[in-house]
Ligand binder design. Structure first.
Ligand code: CDV
Length: 312
C-alpha cells in the first residue's frame, strides 16, 4: 500500500480587489485544516492567487502583467511554502506565470514535502478567445493573455508516486489524460475555474456544467486507471458565478469525495496509489491492447475532415 492522504482545497470566490496576501491567508487556513486531518499533499485550484482575471478585457500589457507572478515562491506566497515545509505537506497550486523571457503561461506547480518545486505544468488547452467578443454574456480571454504551454504533459516522481497535472479545460480532452497515462501516471492533480453558465448559451447552466466536469474527470481517471483530484475556485467573483463541485475520483472512476459548498472547503481522502495497478495491468494494459496503427488522425489532424473530404 502506498497511501497519500490528499486534501483537495477548494477555494471560494476571490474578488478583483482582493490582495494576494489575503488569499494566501485563506490558503494557510486550508493548510492548517489539512494538517489536522493528516494530509500529506494539498491541491489548490487554477489561478488561485487572484480573481479569474481572463473575464476582464484589458489592452494595457502593464495592467495585464499585474495579474502574473514573476517568481515562485515570492513575497506573497512565501508564508504558504514556509508552513507547508514546516508541516511536511506537499502542495500543488495554479497561478499566472510570467517567465524571465516575458512569456505568459497559465501554470500549476507541485512541491515535494520540503516545499521544493518538483513539477511544473503549463496549460495546453486554452479555451475562449483573444479579442473582445460582444456576442458573449461575459468574456473568457485566456487566448489573449496566455500562450499554450510549452512543456507537454510532464509526469514526475514525487512521494513514491508518478504524478502529473492538468489545468481546467484540459480535463475535457481525453488526449491530455492519455499523454499522462502513457507515462504511467498514478495521480493527476487539476484545478479549475468554470463559469456556472456558458457565455454563448445561457441554457447551459450549473447542473449541466457540473455534469460535464464530473463526466470528463471520471472518464479520465477510469480510462487511465489513475486517481484524479479536481479542485474548483468557486462562488461569486464580482457578479460572475463559478461552479464548485470539487471531487476526488478513484482509479475506477468513482467519486469518493465531493464538495458541498461554493466556498473554501477541504476534501480529504486517503488514496492508495497501488489501487491504480489493477486497471493498468488488465483492461487498460496499454502495451497489450492499444492499436496505434489506427490512431494516426489523433496526432495528424486537428479538426474534422468528413470522408468526402469536406472540412467541418
Ligand atoms: N478556466 C477554464 O479553462 N474554463 C473552461 C470554461 C471556459 C469552459 C473550462 O473548461 O471549465
Amino acid at each position: 500500500m502506498r497511501e497519500i492522504v490528499i486534501g483537495a482545497a477548494q477555494m471560494g470566490a476571490i474578488q478583483r480587489a482582493d490582495t494576494r496576501e489575503s488569499v494566501v491567508d485563506r490558503m494557510l487556513i486550508l493548510l492548517d485544516q489539512a494538517k489536522a486531518a493528516g494530509c500529506t499533499l494539498v491541491v489548490y485550484p487554477e489561478l488561485c492567487l487572484t480573481t479569474f482575471f481572463p473575464r476582464w478585457y484589458m489592452e494595457d500589457q502593464a495592467e495585464v502583467d499585474t495579474w502574473f507572478e514573476t517568481e515562485m515562491p515570492n513575497a506573497a506566497t512565501k508564508p504558504l511554502f514556509d508552513r507547508a515545509r514546516e508541516y511536511g505537506i506537499a502542495i500543488s497550486l495554479g497561478y499566472a506565470e510570467k517567465t524571465p523571457h516575458g512569456r505568459h503561461f497559465n501554470t500549476q506547480i507541485t512541491t515535494d514535502r520540503h516545499a521544493n518545486i518538483v513539477g511544473t505544468y503549463r496549460k495546453i488547452h486554452l479555451p475562449g478567445h483573444s479579442e473582445f467578443d460582444p456576442n458573449r454574456a461575459f468574456q473568457h480571454l485566456e487566448k489573449r493573455y496566455f500562450e499554450p504551454g510549452d512543456l507537454g504533459f510532464p509526469v514526475f516522481r514525487n512521494m513514491d508516486t508518478w504524478m502529473g497535472m492538468l489545468i481546467c479545460n484540459d480535463r475535457r480532452w481525453p488526449e491530455a489524460y492519455r499523454e499522462l497515462g502513457l507515462q504511467g501516471v498514478e495521480l493527476i492533480m487539476l484545478g479549475y475555474n468554470t463559469p456556472s453558465v456558458n457565455s454563448q448559451n445561457s441554457d447551459e447552466g450549473p447542473e449541466m456544467r457540473q455534469f460535464h466536469s464530473d463526466l470528463s474527470v471520471q472518464a479520465g481517471a477510469y480510462q487511465n486507471s489513475a486517481w484524479v483530484v479536481a479542485v474548483a475556485k468557486a462562488g461569486d467573483e464580482d457578479g460572475h458565478q463559478l461552479n464548485g463541485g470539487s471531487i476526488i475520483v478513484s482509479p475506477d472512476g468513482v467519486i469518493v469525495q465531493k464538495a458541498i459548498t461554493e466556498g473554501d472547503e477541504l476534501l480529504v481522502h486517503a488514496c492508495d496509489m497501488d489501487a491504480t495497478k489493477f486497471g493498468k495491468e488488465t483492461i487498460f494494459d496499454f502495451k497489450r491492447h492499444r492499436r496505434i496503427e489506427h490512431y494516426g488522425r489523433i496526432t495528424g489532424q486537428t479538426g474534422v475532415i468528413y470522408p468526402d473530404g469536406t472540412k467541418g
